[in-house]
Design a protein around this ligand. Structure first.
Ligand SMILES: [Zn+2]
Length: 76
């Protein structure tokens, strides 16, 4: 089980996610982001806007995911 924070995954708070795979981790982070979005949390809305900017370029999106995956894999 590995731990990453919302912030580490492009979010806005220190909430910790625990998962065995990077896919699972990304899914948890996405779910949390959606919850925060529905609550209208300003910090998360801002973070999500930034992510959406990033997603406009498939290249930088791929790079971002590759980096996060590396970070995840490097954890023990
Ligand atoms: Zn968060």
């Amino acid at each position: 089980m590995k731990t990453m924070t919302c912030k580490q995954l492009g979010g806005a708070c220190d909430k910790e996610f625990h998962a065995n795979t990077f896919e699972e981790m990304a899914e948890l982070s996405k779910k949390h982001a959606m919850e925060m979005f529905q609550m209208g949390d300003e910090a998360h809305l801002k973070a999500m806007n930034e992510m959406q900017e990033l997603m406009k370029s498939p290249e930088s999106m791929k790079e971002w995911f590759a980096n996060k995956r590396k970070e995840f894999d490097a954890m023990t």
